[in-house]
Unconditional design. Structure first.
Length: 231
C-alpha cells in the first residue's frame, strides 16, 4: 500500500469518481467530496476499501461550506489536491444567445470556484505534491479553429487556465506541481454516449500523469496521455 493521500473534490460521479477509484486501486488513501444529495457511489466505494476512503460534503460554489471543510481538514497533509468541477450548456448556444444567468453559472462553477478552492487549500499540499484542476482541451485558444459549439464552456475553461497561470506566476518559487488536466472526450453524463474514451481509460491516464509529474515544479497543461495541450 502507498502512504500517499489525495483530496479529490467533486468525486460523486464521472471523472471525479473514476479518479477516486484509480488512486484507491494504486493504494492511495483518498478524501473524496461530493455535494449533499449526490448519490451513494462514494459510499459503495467506502464499503470496499474501508478507512482508506474518507467522505466529505462540500459545494465549491458555497464559500461557507468551503471554509468549513478547510477547518475540518486543518492539520491534514495531501500529496494531491485535485479539484474536479465542470458544468456545461446547450452546445450550439453562442455568446449572442446565452443568458446572463447561464454565463455567470458557468464562469462561477468552472473557473472562479475551483481557483478559490486552490487558493484556500494550497497549504495542505506537501512541498513536492500536486495541485491540480480538471480543465479541458476545449479551453485551448490555439486549437479553437473549427465550429464545434460549446462557446461558453470553452470560455469558462480558458478563464480557468488563465487564472491558474496567474496563480502560478504569483507562486513562482513554490516547488509544488501545478496541473491543468484535460481528460479528453469521455463517456460521462456531460460527455455523452458517443465520446471516444471510457471513464476508466481517461482516469487511468490522468492518474499516471499525476504520478509522473509529481515533483516537477511549475504549471503544466496536459492531457490524459501526458501530452502538452497548446494554450
Amino acid at each position: 500500500m502507498s502512504d500517499k493521500h489525495a483530496l479529490i473534490v467533486g468525486a460523486s460521479r464521472g471523472i471525479g469518481l473514476g479518479l477516486t477509484e484509480r488512486f484507491l486501486e494504486r493504494g492511495w488513501s483518498v478524501t473524496a467530496t461530493q455535494r449533499v444529495g449526490s448519490g451513494g457511489n462514494l459510499a459503495h466505494a467506502a464499503d470496499r476499501v474501508g478507512d482508506r476512503l474518507r467522505l466529505e460534503h462540500v459545494d465549491i460554489n458555497d464559500t461557507a461550506q468551503v471554509s468549513a471543510l478547510r477547518e475540518r481538514l486543518d492539520g491534514a497533509r495531501f500529496d494531491l489536491v485535485l479539484v474536479n468541477a465542470g458544468i456545461t450548456h446547450d452546445r450550439w448556444e453562442t455568446v449572442a444567445e446565452v443568458s446572463t444567468a447561464t454565463f455567470e453559472r458557468l464562469m462561477l462553477t468552472n473557473a472562479l470556484s475551483p481557483m478559490r478552492f486552490v487558493e484556500q487549500f494550497r497549504d495542505l499540499v506537501t512541498p513536492h505534491g500536486v495541485l491540480a484542476v480538471t480543465s479541458s482541451g476545449q479551453g485551448s485558444i490555439t486549437n479553437n479553429t473549427r465550429v464545434t459549439g460549446w462557446e461558453i464552456y470553452r470560455a469558462s475553461k480558458s478563464a480557468l487556465n488563465q487564472l491558474m497561470r496567474s496563480f502560478a506566476a504569483r507562486h513562482a518559487d513554490d516547488p509544488r506541481t501545478l496541473l491543468l488536466l484535460a481528460p479528453g472526450w469521455v463517456r460521462t453524463e456531460m460527455g455523452g454516449p458517443d465520446a471516444g474514451l471510457s471513464v476508466e481509460a481517461s482516469t487511468s491516464g490522468l492518474a499516471d500523469v499525476v504520478e509522473t509529474f509529481s515533483g516537477r515544479s511549475g504549471l503544466h497543461y496536459v492531457d490524459h496521455r501526458g501530452a502538452t495541450v497548446p494554450w
